[in-house]
Design a binder for this molecule. Sequence first.
Ligand code: S3P
Length: 434
Amino acid sequence: MEFRLLPGGSLTGELRVPGDKSISHRSIMLGALAEGTTHIRGFLEGEDALATVAAFAAMGVDIEGPRDGEVRVHGVGLHGLQAPPQPLDLGNSGTSMRLLAGLLAGQAFDCELTGDASLRGRPMGRVIDPLALMGAAVSGADGGRPPLKIRGGRQLQGIHYDLPMASAQVKSCVLLAGLYGSGRTSVTEPAPTRDHTERMLRGFGYTVTNENDVISLEGGGRLRAADIEVPGDISSAAFFLVAASIAPGSELTLTHVGINPTRIGVINILSLMGADLTLKNERVVGGEPVADIRVRHAPLKGIQIPDDQVPLAIDEFPALFIAAACAEGRTVLRGAEELRVKESDRIASMAEGLTTLGVVNEVLDDGIVIEGGTLGGGTIRTFHDHRIAMAFAIAALRAEEEIRVLDCDHVATSFPGFDAMSRGLGLQISARTD
Ligand code: S3P
C-alpha cells in the first residue's frame, strides 16, 4: 500500500487518536499474569499490540476481544502460562519481544520468539545480557538478533542492573524477570524513560519503589486484576501536533491524549520551537495523566534540541524532523543514537526522504542537522517503518508538489486508520493498493 498526497491544505477539527501502544502491550501482559479478570478500554487495535494478544492466547490465556477497544483478559496468575505449541511470532514489535523475553525467562517451559524482517534485524543483546546475569538461559542468533531461544526451568536471581542505554524496554524486561527472581531486582537508568511498567505494576497491586532513581521490586509477589483505561497515544498525536503547527489556517483539538511526564518531549520541543499548544482538562485516568491538547498553526524556529528531552521524545523524531524542515533556521539533534536501532535506522531513513524533498540536512553519528526551508515533492521510501510513512504524509501540507510515500502497510502496527482519520481533518491523502 502507498500514500499519495496532494500538496498544501490545512487541518481543522477534533479527534481522539488510537490508544497508547506501550500501555496496550503492558495491559495484556500484566492482565495475563494477574489473578482475576482485567477489563481494558481504549486498547490499541494495531498489529503490534495484537501480536502480544496472540502470544498470550498461544500460552493458554483466555482473552475476549479486542472489540471497539475493549478487552477482557482472564488472568492465569504468575505461574499459569502454558508452553506455546510453536515459536511466538511478534511481527514488527520490539516491545513485545523485549518484554516477553523478561517474563518468559522465569517460566518452567522452553520457548522461541521471532518476528518480521525488521524485528529480526534489531539488537537483543541488550536484554540477553541482564537476563544472563539473573541466571536465565536466553540466546539469540548471530550477533544477538532474534529469534530468541529461551530455556525454561531456571531459578532466576534478583540483580541490580545499571542500564547502559536509556531504554524502557530493557528496564521493563529486567523488572518483569524480577517478578520471578529471588529477592530484590533493581535498575538505574542513564536518563528517565517511560515508566508505564512501574505505574501499571502498582495498579495491579505490586509494590515498586523508586528511591533516589533506583527502581526496585521484590520477586515472588502476586498481581491482582485491574480495570485499565488506555489513554490516546501521544506518539500518534505527535503527527497531528506537527501537522497543525506547520500548516497555515490549522486548528485541532486532540482529546484524551496521554501526557505522562516521561513521554512529553514532543510537547516540550515543539513549544521551544514556537508552537502554539494548549493543554486543557488535565486529569489522571487509571494512574496515567491525560489531557486535551489544542494546537494552532504558528511559525516555528529551528533549535538545538536539549539532551534531556531526547529519551522523552524518542519515538517522535520522525514527526519532529518534519517540523524542523518547515522551521526558520537550523535544528540540531545530538545524543540520539538509539534512533538507529528502531523499526528502521530513523536518522538514515528520514535524511533520505528530506533530501528527496530538497531539505538540506547533515547526518551525524548520533543525530542530524536540518536546515529549515521549502519542501518540494517526490517519492519517499519508508523502509517499512510506520513512523517514517506518517511523517512524510504530513510533510505534504507544506510541500510544493505531490508526495508519494511507498510501502505504508506498517502504519497499521501503531495507527490503523491513519489515512482516513487525517483525510477527515483535511489532509489530501489517498491510499492505494496495487
Ligand atoms: C517502548 C520503549 C521505547 C520506544 C518503543 C516503545 C516501550 O523503546 O521506542 O516504541 O513500550 O517500552 P526503547 O526501550 O528501545 O527505547
